[in-house]
Structure formats: structure tokens, C-alpha cells
Design a protein around this ligand. Structure first.
Ligand code: MEV
Length: 313
């Protein structure tokens, strides 16, 4: 038996939340995303005397037998090793994640970011932000079809960002504390299908679809102002308005609408779906953490699988 030197490298990334601008961001409008560090993914890279083995909640086995739904991450690993000029062999990549899959919380982007960071660290190579985004984007392209890049940008940034395709990512200033709740419907959304359905809507009714996309873009502009002025009430109204427009675009569903209603009835100042929609999560704005607890209780009573709350400062 060959004895290998022991070397293990761990790196991580966090989930993301889209505050406003999902879907319209695909059409060049600005969006605002937040880091969601309450859910995380850790990628551990270890030397082994074998091929590349992936260990995760959903799959344990060789890289070349990875299931279709994880194909994006396989592409990302191979491209990263190619960039590092290393052979695709001899590594155990262990993924530990608390980010629920397909709930609009940026699981695939966070896994890709953690893996790219770990592989670069494992081979003692510097990783620029541009290179990280570029390699992680490959996994996203597989997961989403035509991603705007917002998930990768949010999962690799530690503060709120202003994101617009082909523009520099901007860090956002927040003028007051905002208390937010995230609630999971427990159902996996399909971002790929939701993005495709809007593309189809453009074909069948381009004028109305463009109008909704424009309105979502305006909501993002106003949300930026509300965040910077610390205007909690305005932010609540803007979240509600974004949810209406996303519903008209056809990417909400009964389960999401129900949780949005529950949050509002329990006292939230505003609530909307977050991410691709058609399953996944909602986000709601409340006045303080006591109210967060009571709104979270109401959401669980009404069928939410899980809730999280935190203060954005
Ligand atoms: C998914 O988190 C956000 C979408 O706008 C798709 C994208 O921007 O790639 C729905």
C-alpha cells in the first residue's frame, strides 16, 4: 500500500437572498442581494489514492458517475483543475451543506464557490475574485440555463450588493437596521423552468411582460433608496409590490402566496417570494426581533417547513 502525505483543506461559502430584482435581473435590470450566513456550505479537499470521489448529502461516489442534477458542480471541478493544471484524480471532495437545495437560497452557487476556493487553497494558489466568479458561474450555467450571475456574486460577497448584469458589483449602504424573516415552503423550486416561462411570456405578450420587468427594475431603484435612508415602511411596501409583479409574471404559486399572506396578516410590513419562485422561500420584513418570532411562529403554523430571522445592519 502506498502511504500518502496527509493534506486537508477546508473552505466555505454562505447562502444568498435576493431582496428585490429576481428575474428582471436576467433582462438587465438591477437587483439587490444579501448574504445569508445562517446557511452555509463547507468543501473539504483531501488527498486520496484513487480517482476523484465526491461525498455529499445527495451523492457519494466517483466524479464521473455524478447524478445529472449535480453535473454543474462536476463541470466546475474539472474546469478548476484544468485552470490549476492538475490532473482530475486523487482527491476526496467532501461537501457539507446546511443550505436546502432548490429553495432560492443559492445552494448551487455556494457549493461552487466553496469548491473553487478549496481547490485553489489545496494547491496553494492565489484566487482572484474574477476567477472565482468565472469558475463558479460554470456550475450556475448548468443549474439555471442562462444565469444573470447574481447568485455567484451574492454567495461570494459578505455584504448587501447592487447587481446589474455586465456592470461592476456595488456594495450597498444601509441606513438603519432591517429585520428580515425567511420561510421555506419545503418545496423545491425550478429556477430553470421559471426563467424559461418568462422567456415564453415575452414571446406571447411582450408588451405586458416588458412593463412588469421595467416595474421590477424601478422597485430595485426605490429599494436602494429605502435601504440607504433607513425607511422601513417604504421597504415593506416595495417588497409587496415586487411580489405582485412576480405573481403577474407567473413565477409565484399558491404555496408561496399563502406564506406571503400569513406573514403580512401576522404583522409583517411586507413580504415576497425570493429567488426563482414556484416553490422555495419567501422573505418578510418585520419591525423587530420579537415580531420576527411571532411572525415565524405563524408561518410554521401555516405550513412553513423552516424559518430563519436576522437583522440586516
Ligand atoms: C435566481 O436566484 C435568480 C433569477 O433571477 C435567475 C438569475 O438571475 O440567474 C431567477
Amino acid at each position: 500500500m502506498i502511504k500518502l502525505p496527509k493534506k486537508t483543506v477546508v473552505n466555505s461559502s454562505h447562502g444568498k437572498l435576493i431582496l428585490v430584482g429576481e428575474h428582471s435581473v436576467v433582462y438587465g435590470k438591477p437587483a439587490i442581494a444579501l448574504p445569508f450566513p445562517l446557511v452555509k456550505v463547507k468543501a473539504n479537499v483531501e488527498l486520496i489514492n484513487d480517482t476523484i470521489i465526491i461525498k455529499s448529502r445527495y451523492y457519494v461516489g466517483p466524479l464521473n458517475k455524478i447524478p445529472e442534477k449535480m453535473e454543474g458542480i462536476a463541470v466546475c471541478i474539472k474546469e478548476t483543475l484544468k485552470r490549476l493544471e492538475k490532473p482530475v484524480t486523487g482527491l476526496l471532495i467532501n461537501l457539507e451543506s446546511t443550505i436546502p437545495l432548490g429553495r432560492g437560497l443559492g445552494s448551487s452557487a455556494a457549493v461552487a464557490i466553496a469548491v473553487v476556493r478549496s481547490l485553489f487553497a489545496y494547491f496553494d494558489r492565489e484566487l482572484s475574485k474574477e476567477e472565482l466568479m468565472e469558475l463558479a458561474h460554470l456550475a450556475e450555467t448548468y443549474a439555471h440555463g442562462n444565469p444573470s450571475g447574481i447568485d455567484t456574486a451574492a454567495a461570494s460577497n459578505d455584504g448587501p450588493i447592487w447587481f446589474q448584469k455586465d456592470n461592476q458589483i456595488e456594495s450597498l449602504q444601509i441606513g438603519a437596521s432591517f429585520n428580515l424573516i425567511v420561510a421555506d415552503t419545503g418545496r423545491i423550486g425550478n429556477t430553470h423552468a421559471a426563467v424559461a416561462s418568462i422567456k415564453d411570456k415575452f414571446k406571447s405578450d411582450s408588451k405586458a411582460t416588458q412593463q412588469l420587468i421595467n416595474q421590477l427594475g424601478e422597485v430595485s431603484e426605490q429599494t436602494r433608496e429605502a435601504l440607504s435612508n433607513g425607511s422601513v415602511k417604504s421597504l415593506g411596501k416595495l417588497l409587496n409590490s415586487a411580489h405582485d409583479q412576480l405573481t403577474k409574471l407567473g413565477v409565484s404559486d399558491d404555496g408561496l402566496n399563502k406564506l406571503v399572506r400569513t406573514a403580512r396578516n401576522a404583522g409583517a410590513l411586507g413580504a415576497k417570494l425570493t429567488g426563482g419562485g414556484r416553490g422555495g422561500c419567501i422573505i418578510a420584513l418585520v419591525r423587530n426581533l420579537e415580531e420576527a418570532q411571532s411572525v415565524a411562529d405563524a408561518l410554521i403554523n401555516d405550513g412553513a417547513r423552516k424559518t430563519w430571522y436576522f437583522t440586516l445592519e
